[in-house]
Design a protein around this ligand. Sequence first.
Ligand SMILES: Cc1cc2nc3c(=O)[nH]c(=O)nc-3n(C[C@H](O)[C@H](O)[C@H](O)COP(=O)(O)OP(=O)(O)OC[C@H]3O[C@@H](n4cnc5c(N)ncnc54)[C@H](O)[C@@H]3O)c2cc1C
Length: 393
Amino acid sequence: MLNNFLRTITLSLIVATNKTMNTPPEFSELSPYVDPRDQAQILSRFCTIAAQGALRNALPKDFGGFGDGFAALCQTHRQLGKAGRDPGLLLMVNAHLWGTVFPVLLYGTDTQKQQFLPKLISGDWLGGHAITEPSCGSDVQAMTSHAERTEQGFILTGEKRYITNVPLADWLVVYAKLDGKITAFLVSSQDQGCTFSNVGSLHACRGSVTGSVILADCKIDTDRLLGKAGAGAQMIQKALEYERAFVFAGIAGIMQWQLDEVVRHSRDRRSGGVHLGKHQAISHRIADMKLRLDTIELWLNECARLCDAGQRLTMASAQTKLYAAEAFLQSSLDAVQIMGAAGLEPGNTMAELVQDALAGRLFSGSSEVQKNLIAALLGTGDAYRGGAAAGLS
Ligand SMILES: Cc1cc2nc3c(=O)[nH]c(=O)nc-3n(C[C@H](O)[C@H](O)[C@H](O)COP(=O)(O)OP(=O)(O)OC[C@H]3O[C@@H](n4cnc5c(N)ncnc54)[C@H](O)[C@@H]3O)c2cc1C
């Protein structure tokens, strides 16, 4: 199979870095971006960075991790963003880690951990998670995919859409309702009755793939249940908390490059007899870009601190995702404006980052959903069901 062939070639060409690395790898051999929708290249880039240890931070040594923490994970992702300048590759890594690796670590049986973690952490297997459906996005409870018990296990039926890493993924954590409650299952691309396809691919983050999963009476054994039956909603919440906290760690690396390029351009380009940056309209945009980037870094550090201290992440991760997604879009718009028409030339990364930033406001829960969550955690908004006004009516 193409996937296995590519992995064997890539992994055998690269000598794995030492297993107790303290400094992040350079990822210096990664060329910026990838040819549009070249699946072989997308997978090969993933294997390359996996072989350099990109998937091993904040994971136990027992399964091939570095046994370090989330601050180290942020450093690695930031470096990956700087070197690759590829939001798609970062999305791919994040979907793999928060969608499959961490749920198996947190909720898997000992047998599941032994079976899945070493291969997922080494990059031999690519994972992801399938929550969204054609008629269910922000409203997770509206999902219609369902599971029925059989003597040997379960039969899954339904359709998932916009799933990162499909069709390349080997395994997905698929969420479906069992007895009316959301439940997690480990599903393989090889399972009978399961089809991974390109349907639903998106015009964003082109260094990754996004596709559909059709479950047509897909039969799986009992040992594919992940976590407790009916616990899927909490598992989604936990997975998304991690994803929201750290999905912009790599993008912060790209934003640093974006800022450096804009500063350089503002010095080199001349207008009205002076360098472009001499105009306050330009220099103030650049100052705003710097402030946004550094604010994202502060939020990332705070999320890493909370995770490393074993503290709750719900509020901080929603704030981080909301702030970072909006900041990335605004800074990407500013960068194109400062570059002028050159920023819109075909193949210009700056313009492409705008498109990717639009996706950033949707994946892992939209900006509106983060605001709903923050308000709910404060005890108001849509989730508020009581209080003086309600009592008077
Ligand atoms: C690049 C990319 C990768 C993705 N990868 C995955 C993946 O790996 N796995 C997966 O399961 N899904 C994935 N998704 C899907 C993603 O999770 C959904 O796009 C997201 O949950 C929003 O759902 P939706 O697109 O159906 O929009 P909808 O839920 O239909 O929302 C449409 C608009 O209405 C707003 N809205 C909806 N409900 C409310 C509300 N209650 N209050 C206020 N505003 C609201 C939304 O914010 C949005 O602006 C991915 C999406 C993208 C763009």
